[in-house]
Design a protein around this ligand. Structure first.
Ligand SMILES: CC(=O)SCCNC(=O)CCNC(=O)[C@H](O)C(C)(C)COP(=O)(O)OP(=O)(O)OC[C@H]1O[C@@H](n2cnc3c(N)ncnc32)[C@H](O)[C@@H]1OP(=O)(O)O
Ligand SMILES: CC(=O)C(=O)O
Length: 522
């Protein structure tokens, strides 16, 4: 069976709260979709706004290799002919090779939203499609509210599809517009439709009951050949059917070759890039492409995946371009540490007493508020320290941090002094100002160390996260600081915990510096 993928990220996806793509963003998304191997890209509604009109002009210059561009619109207004209707004319002016228009199926919508007769609605469906068919290469029909319409008045719902068929629609797409249909209802209704309609059918589901992916898959099982959806499930209200889940389900679970193996390996990249372009934060637990989709935390799980990853993975992560991760926490056993040891390329036997020692140490520290899941560099230092493999590099004798505001309305001034014993056993005393107390402490620390370890000049902090652990004790609360550092070649994360936020930051900063020196084998 041949299933075509129809992406509407650039149309229905933009109906998502908080998403507003620029024309450049839209072109970038179109290029990503084409590289991936999507068959149809719905670029927008040219009758809606100048941005979408501009997109249809600009996209022609992209010379897409795989995808056909589709322009979206509605059936003509009842009072206008197709020639007079600006929305229909905008579809032609877009010069898109495909047009997809939606029309009303549900009698309630015809009389309430359009406020026309049921007969008039059949006319506007048929002649809008017939007009487009004469002027556009390929024409699809989205039967809006099809399942609700069918449940309310099956005879009329089928009449609207027959009007679309007479008008020449090449695919009739059944829409679960309000997202309230259950998979078994949807399957049964599609079987009824197939008794009356001979043109190929498509599916367009919304996620209001969290069933959009399940409904789309069910539709394919019932013979639907075009699946509409969006990347990451963006779309009006709770979103659209998520193609990022549908595509691997079709290919890997149902054996339908809707995308090449090579394309499927770009799924992770596609999902993250589109999310980034939409300026939305990470969705860690997203099936298939989330950072946690193949992350194993429980010791029992890790022990089994070391023997065979299929014990706790429904597919191999590489197939969709994702990767396996093992997390270390107080739910770890020796296997988690063993996995990390192998990942770090270290030669330590699982039965080495240091492994059990580190497991215990991590459990104790996590009990105090540390979290090693997001601080793998601190975990590696812990492991090397317990094996006696970590040089001391420097000894801190003391530090002082001053944060003062000298006059009313003046900006606060932060200054830190550090006393430390360097590798030559001499004590150095440095001071530095900073944008805030932690920055000042960081600068003072580096000022003291850089003369001995010039390589530290490469290190910058890229992220600094603070989490209050026991909120019920007010300002006495314990603080966890997570720091992400980079030297341009790699990034690493370290953690510090203390009821004094400066001390917690200091612990995370020192781990970051030590990790760089250890990594450089100094
Ligand atoms: C199910 C879906 O997601 S369909 C896509 C929904 N997406 C959007 O609405 C985004 C783009 N929309 C727009 O830019 C604007 O709504 C426009 C340009 C389409 C229309 O704007 P306006 O002319 O100002 O009308 P407005 O938005 O207030 O109302 C929509 C009109 O379309 C009519 N309409 C709704 N569906 C259809 C249809 N299938 N065929 C013809 N007319 C329709 C409504 O009855 C209403 O008409 P009325 O003004 O005579 O009451
Ligand atoms: C066409 C469309 O977006 C819908 O019915 O949901």
């Amino acid at each position: 069976m041949d299933v075509k993928l129809y992406d509407t990220t650039l149309r229905d996806g933009t109906q998502s709260e908080d998403i507003s793509f620029t024309v450049e963003d839209k072109l970038h998304v179109a290029q990503l979709l084409d590289d991936f191997g999507i068959h149809y890209i719905e670029g927008g509604w040219p009758g809606s706004n100048p941005k979408d009109i501009e997109f249809f002009h600009a996209v022609k210059k992209l010379n897409l290799k795989n995808a056909r561009i589709s322009a979206f619109g509605s059936t003509r207004r009842a009072k206008l002919t197709c020639e007079e209707d600006p929305n229909i004319q905008a579809l032609l002016e877009s010069q898109a090779p495909v047009a997809c228009i939606f029309g009303k199926t549900w009698d309630f919508h015809v009389t309430t939203a359009l406020q026309i007769s049921l007969e008039q609605n059949l006319e506007i469906i048929e002649d809008s499609l017939a007009y487009l068919k004469k002027n556009v290469e390929e024409v699809f029909y989205d039967a809006e509210h099809f399942f609700d319409g069918y449940k309310a008045n099956p005879e009329y719902a089928i009449k609207t599809l027959l009007a679309a068929q007479r008008g020449g629609a090449e695919t009739i797409v059944l829409c679960d517009t309000n997202g309230g249909t259950l998979p078994f209802e949807l399957g049964a209704i599609i079987e009824e439709v197939k008794k009356h309609i001979s043109v190929p059918l498509g599916i367009h589901c919304h996620n209001d009951s969290e069933l959009a992916v399940a409904n789309s898959i069910t539709a394919v099982k019932h013979g639907i050949t075009q699946v509409q959806g969006t990347i990451n499930g963006f779309g009006e209200r709770c979103g659209n059917a998520n193609l990022i889940s549908i595509i691997p389900n079709l290919k890997l679970k149902m054996g339908l070759d809707c995308v090449s193996d090579q394309g499927l390996r770009k799924l992770n990249h596609l999902s993250h890039s589109v999310r980034e372009l939409a300026n939305l934060g990470e969705w860690k637990n997203q099936p298939y492409t989330g950072k946690s989709a193949f992350a194993h935390k429980g010791g029992i799980h890790v022990s089994a995946i070391l023997k065979n990853p299929e014990t706790y993975e429904h597919i191999a992560p590489e197939v969709v371009g994702n990767k396996r991760r093992v997390l270390v926490s107080d739910l770890s056993g020796r296997s988690n540490i063993q996995y990390k040891i192998e990942e770090m390329g270290l030669d330590i036997d699982m039965n080495d007493p240091s492994v059990q020692e580190v497991v215990q140490k991590i459990k104790d520290l996590e009990n105090q508020g540390y979290a090693y899941e997001g601080a793998e560099a601190s975990m590696e230092l812990l492991l090397q320290k317990s094996r006696g493999n970590l040089p001391e590099y420097f000894k801190l004798r003391g530090y002082r941090v001053v944060d003062e505001r000298r006059e009313q309305d003046a900006e606060p001034i932060s200054e830190a002094t550090v006393r430390l014993e360097a590798p030559n056993n001499e004590v150095y005393h440095t001071a530095a100002m900073g944008d805030g107390p932690v920055d000042a402490l960081n600068s003072a620390l580096r000022k003291a160390l850089i003369q001995f370890y010039p390589i530290l000049d490469e290190v910058t902090l890229v992220d600094y996260k603070v989490r209050i652990l026991n909120t019920t004790v007010g300002t006495k609360a314990k603080t966890r600081v997570l720091i992400e550092s980079t030297d341009g070649k790699s990034t690493w994360s370290t953690v510090g915990v203390h009821c004094d936020i400066i001390r917690a930051s200091y612990l995370a900063l020192v781990d970051s510096i030590r990790y760089k020196l250890y990594k450089e084998k100094i």
